[in-house]
Ligand binder design. Structure first.
Ligand code: SOE
Length: 388
């Protein structure tokens, strides 16, 4: 069985989710390549030493540049804050490494385009981890749409709502600063919704957006001395929030459908509420991550007296990915979507095919996200193609 050495760059939450996926994939999927957890890399010693022994990464490193250059590394897994993605991906591509990159791809469209161009020029396999495409229910939704069960699609409605920073004492972490995150829930969560919309409905032609800030100053975190902060931001132990707290977007798709995207980190009670609805001429679909093994389906073909939204429990052997796990009714969770992604990524390397979404999709997605930020800034509707 050919092996490929993986280098993980970033050892916090996503590092943990990716370590689990690299570890589990061969237990449940017959990939023709066996991933080796070779090097775990993080500039911070604490998360590195927490993660490396627990998941059995063979080596620990703190300098990603050294790791990416190593001839014995075949796959670079980018799981660090957004502002680091661009440089690591371009360097990894130039070194001929296959790239598994966390979302959002980059701080902006220009960076995302350079990442895609570098990966394409290098001829490496590249994947962008919008893991929710690989919820079996979401993959089933795509199957239904491709089978024509909805017919022409009129509407896409989506929301991704969280509430983890509603406490004013929550510190000014990297997610709350434009120079490290690009934008707030718009980049973090609307990126997921835009990817799902592109996967299920199609490309977006134009957007109109509004954003809001609810807390504009926060306590500096302990690592503020790390130089990650520009001096001008410090105001007596507090720093300015430089990204939005909520972003609402309206969109027109190239196929004429209308869509909406709502993201907020101030939606009290919503922990990770990612949901969408799709309305077509012959039916409708509804998904809610809090009930990720279910797909709501309405068919206009049902007889009038029997019409209504039904709930499909997406745990049959015939459903996407399910046969690899458990018998019907034995549901799966968030972490399984990462295993599905790693399995498809390894299969793409083995077969020489591309895997989606990838850095091309990342470029397309950042063009939409940047157009929405331009709309929020100017107050006008913006054509996605304006962003170059
Ligand atoms: C934080 O908002 C976060 O971890 C996102 O970054 C992930 O993409 C999402 O899956 C869960 O929430």
């Amino acid at each position: 069985m050919p092996e490929m050495n993986v280098a993980l760059i970033g050892c916090r939450f996503m590092g943990k989710a990716h370590s689990n996926a690299w570890t589990q994939v061969r237990h449940f999927f017959d990939t023709g390549i066996a991933p080796v957890l070779k090097v775990a890399c993080d500039i911070h010693a604490e998360p590195l030493e927490q993660l490396r022994p627990r998941w059995g990464w063979r080596e620990a490193e703190s300098d990603w540049r050294e790791v990416v250059r190593r001839p014995d590394i075949h796959i670079v897994d980018i799981a660090v804050p957004t502002h680091l993605h661009h440089e690591i991906a371009v360097e990894a591509a130039r070194a001929g490494k296959h790239i598994f990159c966390e979302k959002p791809p980059a701080l902006n469209y220009a960076q995302a385009r350079q990442m895609y161009e570098a990966a394409r020029a290098a001829g490496v396999v590249h994947y962008l981890n919008h893991n929710y495409r690989r919820c079996p229910a979401v993959s089933l939704a795509r199957q239904f749409i491709e089978e024509g069960k909805l017919g022409r699609i009129y509407h896409w409605r989506s929301a991704y709502l969280q509430s983890w920073i509603m406490d004013p004492s929550f510190p000014l972490t990297w997610q709350l600063r434009q120079e490290t995150a690009g934008s707030g829930p718009h980049a973090d969560l609307n990126s997921h919704l835009v990817d799902l919309a592109r996967f299920l409905v199609g490309e977006i032609a134009s957007v109109t957006a509004m954003t809001a800030n609810f807390i504009v100053e926060r306590p500096l975190p302990d690592d503020a001395s790390s130089g990650a902060f520009q001096a001008g931001r410090k105001t007596g132990g507090k720093g300015k929030v430089t990204v939005e707290d909520a972003a609402f977007v309206l969109a027109e798709f190239q196929n004429g459908a209308l869509g909406s995207f709502e993201t907020s980190r101030f939606a009290a009670g919503r922990k990770n509420y990612n949901c969408f609805e799709i309305y077509g001429e012959r039916g409708a679909l509804a998904f809610n991550l809090e009930r990720m093994n279910e797909l709501g389906y309405f068919s206009a073909e049902d007889q009038a007296h029997a019409q209504g939204f039904r709930t499909i429990l997406v745990t049959e052997e015939s459903h996407p990915y399910v046969s690899r796990w458990w018998p019907p009714g034995h549901i799966i969770g968030y972490e399984h979507t990462f295993v599905h992604a790693v399995a498809d990524f390894l299969n793409a390397i083995e077969t020489g095919q591309s895997v989606r979404p990838n850095l091309y999709d990342g470029m397309q997605e950042m063009q939409v996200l940047d157009a929405a930020l331009e709309s929020a800034r100017t107050g006008r509707r913006v054509a996605v193609a304006e962003i170059q």
